[in-house]
Design a protein around this ligand. Structure first.
Ligand code: FA5
Length: 368
């Protein structure tokens, strides 16, 4: 019985060595290995006969089986390496894969031009001692209009085409009493419970003054929304609000700070113009224009032909606004401004269509 098993093992070796050269690829090699040496393979089958041997015979046959297994494995290993090299060469000859090519370079992200301008403006104001405040984009009519001295039904509300929102309370049957709205939104005097997308960043003035008594030097950057759409107007755009409230603040402070900011952003050669204007929450009010850098003040489609582009509204804080937020107008004065970030970016970089900012076209965005 012992000799019979040893003969079977020798025959297995012979069969293995004879078949090896015929294996054409790694798959065939793997299958063959399993067929010979796998858990249910030929060698395992032969070794089932060990049970019929005497205790003295068993180690002899076991050792012979192990020796042959190792020999077969090392031959399979040699063949595997040469098949792997052959397959790599075949793939690269077929030009399926050029393993000498450098790996894929992941492109690095970069700042959006509007973020660049917003960060540059914010850092100028931070250096001047201003702090940054934030407010919600879905805002109550009270903060966006009423507290800013826009009474209900006042025509000045039409200066800013507003997107109104149905408060969810209306859909949940809660909007039966003003107290219920107060409870839900934590607001004290919502005009008929109206909610809207804020049309400017000025509501953050109110929120800041209600929590911080003067001296208050703040800016508030963020997105705002209006029903407006052409080459210089977008339905969603960005502003930076600014507010300085203290004792003895005058219009000279307003002019000084805004001229400094404009010249830091655009360079000293750009002209800055202050025009009287009306906003219900300031008195007196002004609009500030910068000479158009696209046409050098000669007139083009971006500046509407007159050589200037309006970038911000400003003025001395109206006493009614100070009073509404609990600040004594006899003791304190202040100035405020609201700048359009897109307009400033357009002027700074010579961009002639506001829509380019939002189209996510890398050919445009990579230039900044
Ligand atoms: C206001 O929004 C006032 N809240 C500004 C203000 C603040 C005045 C504090 C006084 C005191 P106005 O509507 O003019 O003002 O907008 C301010 C700036 O936002 C404009 O000068 C312009 O640069 C920009 N802007 C206005 N509408 C758009 C729009 N649809 N798309 C892009 N930029 C706009």
């Amino acid at each position: 019985m012992k000799d019979e098993l040893l003969a079977k093992i020798e025959a297995l070796k012979a069969e293995a060595f004879q078949s090896l050269p015929a294996l054409k690829n790694l798959k065939e090699l793997q299958d063959f290995k399993v067929h010979l040496l796998g858990r249910k393979g030929l060698l395992t089958e032969i070794l089932k006969g060990l049970g019929t041997l005497t205790p003295e015979e068993r180690p002899l046959v076991g050792q012979a089986a192990n020796k042959i297994k190792t020999e077969i494995e090392s031959q399979l290993e040699v063949l595997q390496q040469s098949l792997e090299t052959k397959e790599r060469e075949q793939i690269s000859q077929a030009k399926l894969l050029d393993i000498t090519l450098p790996g894929l370079q992941l492109s690095q992200g970069f700042r959006h031009p509007l973020s660049l301008v917003q960060e540059e403006l914010s850092s100028i104001f931070l250096n001047l001692g201003f702090s940054i405040y934030e407010g919600p984009e879905v805002e109550a009519d009270y903060y966006n209009f009423e507290a800013l001295n826009f009474p209900a039904d006042h025509p000045a509300r039409e200066m800013q085409d507003t997107f109104y929102i149905r408060p969810w309370t209306m859909d949940h049957g809660l909007r039966t009493k003003d107290e219920q709205l107060e409870k839900v939104h934590g607001l004290q005097s919502i005009v008929h419970g109206l909610m809207l997308l804020r049309t400017h960043t000025s509501p953050v003035q109110i929120r800041a003054m209600k929590i911080q008594k003067p001296p208050l030097y703040m800016i508030a950057p963020g997105a705002v929304y209006r029903h407006d759409d052409d080459v210089t107007h977008s339905p969603m755009f960005h502003q930076i609000e600014g507010l300085m409230v203290d004792t003895h603040i005058t219009f000279a402070d307003l002019k000084g700070v805004l001229t400094l900011v404009c010249q830091t952003i655009f360079g000293k050669e750009r002209k800055v113009r202050f025009r009287p204007s009306f906003f219900p929450f300031v008195e007196p009010g002004a609009e500030v224009d910068v000479s158009c850098g696209l046409c050098d003040g000669k007139g083009c489609r971006v500046c509407g032909g007159d050589g200037w582009l309006e970038i911000l509204g400003a003025g001395m804080v109206h006493p009614a606004v100070l009073k509404e937020t609990g600040v004594d107008p006899k003791k304190y004065t202040g100035f405020a401004f609201g700048m359009g970030i897109e307009r400033i970016a357009m002027l700074k970089y010579g961009i002639d269509d506001i829509r380019l900012f939002y189209q996510s076209d890398l050919r445009f965005l990579e230039q900044f």
